[in-house]
Every structure is written in structure tokens, then in C-alpha cells.
Write a protein that binds this ligand. Structure first.
Ligand code: GRF
Length: 202
């Protein structure tokens, strides 16, 4: 049985593409069955059409509060009988209510070696700090931004002369491998969130 998985996006969707590609393999334990975007111009929506996956645009602007917007997302997830939710470049901060409701089944990819460099403009800050390495992390989403327990990480070197764009591209290549791998172990039940910690099955 494949875990019914939704991917939430706001942009280009390269991680969405990696997840769709991985989940198309017969033995993959999760299936991407729903794509939700909060913007109608997200590049990732073209992928939904290409791969015949159901997609929904739920713009955040008409909703008076974060909770109201999140309730609309939640309703779409429930309607599609979603079991796992992957955030992939989804540029809205989710309410505490939503994060708690989906706790353990809601994951995100972030382009740094968390807990270092939470938030935005990661690559600029990594380079400015003179770091020798960076990377990406897939983590469980908890109410505090980018603070959930890490499921998997991949490292890359930071090279002399790197610009944020060059470093971003090096990290992104790893993201596309890491996210499917992390979704796989979650869908297989090999990692779970317990008492605020990621617990791995031996
Ligand atoms: C990725 O770098 C991801 O780590 C971050 O947002 C970016 C999304 O890129 N959360 P894409 O839309 O998946 O191409």
C-alpha cells in the first residue's frame, strides 16, 4: 500500500519533480496524488498537468487569517484522503494548529544543515559567514519555523568563489536525492516523530 501523499508548492517545483519521479517507481511506498499551490503561476503546476496528478490552487489572499487559509488546505487534504504532506518550496508559514494537526505526517525540505541557517537567504548567509560546508535537511514540521527534528541531511562543500546561485545549485542537486529518500523512510514507517524527536526503526 502506497501512502497517499500531497505536495504543497509556491514556485518552480524542482523538488516536486524529484518526488513525482521517485514515486513513479513501482516499489516506492508513497504516491503523489495531490499538488496544492497557493499561487496560480507556480511552475510546479505544469508538472501536475504533465503527470496527470490532481492539483488545486488555493490562494492565501482571500483568507482573513492564517488559520482560515490553513483550514482550506486541511479540507483539501482530508478530501483527498492524504496521509503524508510534503512542503516543497511552499512559501507560507503554517499555523500552529495545522502543524500540530499534521504532526508526524508533515515534512519540509530546507537548504541548510539545520539547525544552522533557519529562515530565508540561506546561501548568502552561509557564504558571508565563511562556512566550509553547507547542505540540505528534510525535517518534521513543528510550529516553530524550521525547528522540527531532522529526518535526513546531505552535505556539500562551499567552494572559494561560490556565489549564492552556484551554491544553491550544488545544494539543490542533493535536495532532489534527499527528499525522495526521506519520504521513502517515512512512508515505510522507518522514522516517526515521538515526543518531539525523530525516532528511527532499527
Ligand atoms: C528549495 O531550495 C527548498 O529547499 C526550499 O525552497 C526551494 C524550492 O525549490 N524550501 P523548488 O521549487 O523545489 O525547485
Amino acid at each position: 500500500m502506497s501512502a497517499r501523499t500531497a505536495v504543497l508548492i509556491s514556485g518552480r517545483g524542482s523538488n516536486l519533480r524529484a518526488l513525482i519521479t521517485a514515486s513513479a517507481a513501482p516499489q516506492f511506498p508513497a504516491e503523489i496524488v495531490l499538488i496544492i499551490s497557493n499561487v496560480d503561476c507556480a511552475g510546479g503546476l505544469a508538472l501536475a498537468a504533465e503527470s496527470a496528478i490532481e492539483s488545486k490552487i488555493i490562494p492565501h489572499k482571500p483568507y482573513a487569517t492564517r488559520e482560515d487559509f490553513d483550514a482550506a488546505i486541511d479540507a483539501a487534504l482530508i478530501d483527498a484522503e492524504i496521509e503524508i504532506v510534503c512542503l516543497a518550496g511552499f512559501m507560507r508559514i503554517l499555523s500552529d494548529w495545522f502543524a500540530r494537526k499534521w504532526e508526524g505526517r508533515l515534512i519540509n525540505i530546507h537548504p541548510s544543515l539545520l539547525p544552522a541557517y533557519k529562515g530565508v537567504h540561506v546561501h548568502e548567509r552561509v557564504i558571508a559567514a565563511g562556512e566550509k560546508k553547507s547542505g540540505c535537511s528534510v525535517h518534521f514540521v513543528v510550529p516553530e519555523l524550521d525547528a522540527g527534528p531532522v529526518i535526513a541531511q546531505a552535505e556539500v562543500p562551499v567552494m572559494p568563489g561560490d556565489t549564492p546561485e552556484i551554491l544553491a545549485a550544488r545544494v539543490l542537486e542533493q535536495e532532489h536525492k534527499l527528499y525522495p529518500a526521506a519520504l521513502k523512510i517515512l512512508a515505510e514507517g522507518k522514522v516517526r516523530l515521538e515526543n518531539g524527536r525523530a525516532v528511527f526503526a532499527s
